[in-house]
Ligand binder design. Structure first.
Ligand code: SF4
Length: 281
């Protein structure tokens, strides 16, 4: 598969960084990266660039192995008072808690961005960042991750730190119905979690199977019920154009668990069955 077929006829795209952490250290990139002319950029890992009419794909750039080694974002430089989201009064912002996901949903873009790697921040580092945000007047945070509950121990420890250090914060996150349990959800609720966005996709077993969702409608009902009982509101997401649905639409209605308070439908490309990187890093 030629991942860059879309780049070739678009001369306005002359540099493209692929498959890497977005915090790639641009300051290490040589001056001529942005300059005129056609310098040799073959040494910059992860770069796609033009050499005359040729589109050159450089070797892979390894992921940052240790997310904790990155400095905390300089939140105070951002116009935090301008960030708004429906349903939340006042400003809010995001915290990245992990990168990657062990699941293999067929339609997922995660396979392109972080492949099958999982990297976690420590609970200590996450809570330290939350405290910085609290001092800046932020009391609503979204825990931004491919799959927030990808590692139960990390989430439990984070919640424990929030509770023992009396950090009062309201937060939201995403999850999969088979990556939680009753105890974890109760702990999350006590530590300030009030909404979970669940990737449910469908209650139709055939669609779930074809999408390689790796879970069942019964498990969704069970986990959402636990969350609701813990005091967490459920937001279900359903992919209306996942490949399984388009290829052979089911006659049975695709209902989502009634425990969902909100449901949003999103659309993924029916062509998106994504591959691995060309070489390991
Ligand atoms: S659980 Fe979410 S992040 Fe993980 S593979 Fe499925 S859609 Fe992607």
């Amino acid at each position: 598969m030629d991942y860059f077929e879309g780049v070739r006829p678009r001369p306005e795209i002359d540099r493209l960084m692929r498959d890497t952490d977005p915090e790639y250290e641009w300051r290490r990139v040589p001056e001529d990266f942005h300059g005129p002319g056609n310098p040799d950029l073959s040494h910059i890992k992860g770069l796609v660039w033009r050499r005359g009419d040729e589109v050159v794909v450089n070797e892979d750039r390894p992921f940052f192995p240790d997310l904790d080694a990155m400095p905390l974002p300089l939140h105070h430089l951002l116009p935090l008072d301008k960030y708004r989201i429906p349903m939340i009064k006042g400003p809010y912002t995001f915290i990245v808690t992990s990168r990657g996901c062990t699941a293999g949903c067929r339609y997922c873009i995660k396979h392109v961005s972080y492949q099958y790697s999982i990297r976690l921040r420590s609970a200590r580092s996450i809570v330290d960042e939350i405290k910085v945000l609290k001092e800046l007047g932020i009391h609503n945070i979204h825990m931004y991750a491919d799959l927030f509950t990808v590692n139960r121990d990390q989430v439990m420890e984070m919640c424990d730190l929030l509770l023992t250090e009396d950090v009062k914060i309201k937060w939201t996150c995403n999850s999969r119905v088979d990556y939680v349990d009753k105890e974890l959800l109760e702990m999350m609720a006590r530590a300030g979690n009030w909404v979970i966005s669940w990737g449910i996709e469908s209650a139709n077993e055939q669609i779930l199977k074809r999408a390689r969702k790796g879970t069942t409608a019964d498990r969704a009902r069970e986990s959402l019920t636990y969350a609701r009982q813990a005091g967490i509101k459920n937001w279900g997401t359903s992919s209306s154009a996942c490949p399984a649905r388009l290829r052979k639409p089911s006659r049975r209605p695709s209902t989502l668990p009634r425990a969902c308070r909100w449901i949003s439908r999103c659309s993924t490309s029916p062509r998106r069955t994504l591959g691995r990187r060309s070489s390991s890093t």
